[in-house]
Design a protein around this ligand. Structure first.
Ligand code: F6R
Ligand code: MG
Ligand code: MG
Length: 364
């Protein structure tokens, strides 16, 4: 059966500050989704949140980039924005960059990851959702999951994965894309994806079958709006088991937190901490950045789940490690590399301060 999985998310107001989501927004999201399911437009849905981002996980048969599916998400976010405004939540409607819907939510603020698949006899999927970070945050884990044999032993000892995966990489500054075949092009690919503020992995494909293995949201909100409007807080869908990596191979990169951009005022580097949904409330210095993972089995498009995949004591050490890294970085206060390089910061006073002091700079 052909099936589309759409994950569309937006920060439409934080509670308290940017730390978490108000239950009324989740309830409203649930109502819109339930109505669409009842009418038969959606096969199934799951509404959740990561920090201050509302996440709509939908299954349907309308294909990717479908105007009606995107409109449903848009209308849901507009309604939630109105509730957020009434409650005077912080940053109500933050990610709604446009006043009116124009056919597709891409480029309008909300984040989107979608994939059309032929549902397998057992279709295992993991949906990662992050808060207080940018879309390039998936580069390192996607590399480890689909190209690093130290992480994914299946690449070595499972014959159905041995011919590798291909990566579609987007240049988010110049709006260009390129496909790399791994393992043979790993060194070339790493030149690009090792610079995640500019190059982001959009899709991954199983080479032998050509099937989609992973899809992420790669928009950069700040570039769309031309000003700071919040971090992308990206999402990523990954298929698992069989000729795709096992669940444990997909979760393994998060056992050691990697450092991502985001955190306070979208202007700092910090560890990406894997947590259960209930713990996705980035509060310490508005962070550290969080990632949650919702696991499902699909059954004729029905979302059987979720299992809260990081709600596991085996990730306690990763959380401890993230707190240790957070302390080390916080000790550096306003100094790089805790603070982002000048042109990557989402907030800056540089032009005005430079202007104020320009007469005091002397040639050396
Ligand atoms: C980071 C983030 C927060 C805010 C900070 C200031 O992505 O959302 O760290 O940047 O709380 O928020 P404003 O400017 O909305 O008061
Ligand atoms: Mg926010
Ligand atoms: Mg957010």
């Amino acid at each position: 059966m052909k099936l589309t999985l759409s994950v569309i998310k937006a920060d439409i107001g934080g509670y308290v500050g940017h730390s978490s989501s108000h239950p009324d927004l989740l309830e409203a999201g649930e109502k819109w989704m339930a109505k669409a399911k009842k009418s038969g437009f959606l096969i199934d849905y799951h509404v959740t949140r990561c920090g201050d981002d509302l996440q709509l996980i939908m299954t349907h048969q309308h294909g990717e980039d479908n105007e009606k599916v995107h409109k449903l998400a848009w209308d849901t976010f507009v309604d939630c924005t109105n509730i957020a405004k009434k409650l005077k939540l912080h940053g109500a409607g933050q990610d709604m960059l446009s006043d009116a819907f124009s056919g597709n939510v891409k480029g309008m603020g909300p984040g989107v990851a979608e994939m059309e698949i032929e549902e397998r006899a057992a279709e295992t999927i993991i949906i990662f959702m992050a808060d207080k970070t940018a879309s390039g945050a998936w580069n390192l884990p996607l590399y480890k999951i689909f190209a690093d044999p130290f992480n994914t032993i299946g690449l070595v000892i499972a014959s159905n994965m041995h011919s590798g995966f291909s990566f579609e990489v987007h240049d988010v500054k110049e709006s260009k894309k390129i496909v790399f075949n791994t393992p043979e092009e790993i060194y070339d690919m790493l030149v690009f994806i090792g610079a995640p503020s500019r190059f982001a992995v959009k899709n991954v494909y199983h080479r032998e079958s050509g099937q989609i293995a992973a899809a992420s949201s790669t928009q950069r909100l700040s570039r769309m709006a031309g000003r700071y409007v919040g971090k992308d807080d990206p999402v990523c869908i990954i298929r698992s088991q069989g000729h795709f990596p096992a669940v444990g191979e997909i979760l393994e990169p998060f056992a050691h937190p990697h450092i991502v951009e985001g955190w306070m005022r979208g202007s700092h580097n910090g560890p990406l901490m894997p947590v259960a949904v209930r713990d996705s409330n980035p509060s310490r210095f508005d962070g550290p950045p969080r990632v949650i993972a919702a696991g499902f089995q699909l059954s004729d498009g029905k979302l059987v789940g979720p299992r809260d995949m990081f709600d596991d004591v085996a990730f306690d050490k990763a959380r401890d490690e993230a707190n240790v890294i957070a302390n080390i970085l916080r000790n550096q206060g306003p100094f790089e590399p805790h603070r982002l390089p000048l042109d990557e910061m989402e907030y800056t006073t540089m032009p005005e301060v430079m202007n104020k002091l320009k007469g005091r700079f002397k040639k050396i």
